[in-house]
Design a protein around this ligand. Sequence first.
Ligand code: NAD
Length: 506
Amino acid sequence: MLRAIPHFIAGARSPGCGERFAEVHDPAHGSPQARVPLATGAEVARAVEAAAAAQPSWAAESPQRRARVLAEFKRLVESRLQELAELLSSEHGKVLADSRGDIERGLDVIEFACGIPHLLKGEYTQGAGRGIDVYSLRQPLGVVAGITPFNFPAMIPMWMFGPAIACGNAFILKPSEQDPSVPVRLAELLAEAGAPAGILSVVHGDREAVDAIIAHPLIAAVSFVGSSQVAQHVYAGATALGKRVQAMGGAKNHGIVLPDADLDQAARDIAGAAFGSAGERCMALPVAVAVGGDTAEALRARLVSAIGRLRVGVPTDREADYGPLVSAAHRERVLRFIELAVREGAELVIDGRGLELPGAAGGYFLGPTLLDRVTPAMRSYQEEIFGPVLQIVRAASFEEALALPSAHPYGNGAAIFTRSGGAAREFATRVNVGMVGINVPIPVPVAYHSFGGWKRSAFGDVNQHGMDGVRFFTRIKTVTARWPAARPGPGPGPGDDRPSYAMPAV
Ligand code: NAD
């Protein structure tokens, strides 16, 4: 009998009343280990009703009190970091150090959200007209929802619910059904920290639950992170119903290596960013663009040597650099891309397909794979692979290299490796993507800046976390106020006793 993972609705675990379930696998051994209920529309509605009931009094709490609940939540998560990381690794497959990083990067956003008393302060103009003051209020939206992908089951939920709840909203989280246990534990720990029942509910599910979230009239905003195809579906559906939406999608990030780069550093950074977490990161660096033939040869030799030292292993192997892919189906998809790249004429320099790990025979492992002489016309270049596959593209000049990420359909991030400040500045200014690294391979912005790509990597205008997170989960109300004069004196002026029919001048 498989372990049952519950929903967390209205402050309590709930087994689910639908008839559909998904299996949650142990990717390191390739076997089912639990099952998770897939919510019906009625279960989503129950979570929304609990959220709507709890939200007004949560919003009426002082921001300082809300911040203290989040601070206590952070303390509780930190005290269980190892246990949560083990749970995360057991369902996702990433190595333990990476799972800890997943949780800790999420806690960075919680820490940012603890500054909410300061972040919610509005604007004030005294004497905008005679006797008139104008001020703005940042108010919560009410009930909001987040739909998250499998690859960061702790960080991405915290990107969303941290700012949302700090701002006074109630939050419905629909995490990935592939690794759903940690999100439930996070919701339980937030309740233990003092969040009232209904302020954070976790409802598992697939398209049926997502479509119920899109359609529910009481959900004011939807934050989504996942593949571009689903991001577009959520964005189109929810905006058509008048909801506020931010929907982050897929990626194909490029690392440009100029001839003057520190090639040892660039190769180390690119290998780490391409293969870390088995390449299942939206800010992974799966394309290395070498400028000039000599750079390409020197980079390739260093990458081959770095890959030779790389170790794939089960998540609990402390020496392992990365673990298995999340599922058999995803592994199959990555394998198909490797076959496609070879058919398209790419040179297979290192083939990871034969990897066998003693003691983990059924696991969804794939060794690091290096492809050279990849060209922009290849479909394996144009599409996101999301696995441990690094493609080298050779460019003749800086301009040709700059054009590659700029013209690519995805526009999450790009990095440049160079010693030239001028070239780096030119690249950062002109490249057509949302996040740029200069000798930094994974330029994920820190929590108090905001995260978001361009083109097919993001639908909607407002990024995740930082001040954009506060903007997304609040709306501005502007108040123009005039109080009767406390004592006779210089008032609004002559003609007070007659109504004014013109647009008042200030
Ligand atoms: P996914 O799109 O398959 O799933 C994301 C969420 O949508 C999950 O909660 C899933 O249950 C739900 N979903 C899946 N299919 C659906 C459908 N047909 N209708 C409605 N909902 C559906 O993505 P994934 O495989 O979990 O995650 C990997 C993807 O996420 C990659 O493309 C990666 O680049 C992207 N990603 C992007 C960012 C970013 O910030 N841009 C961050 C992390 C991951």
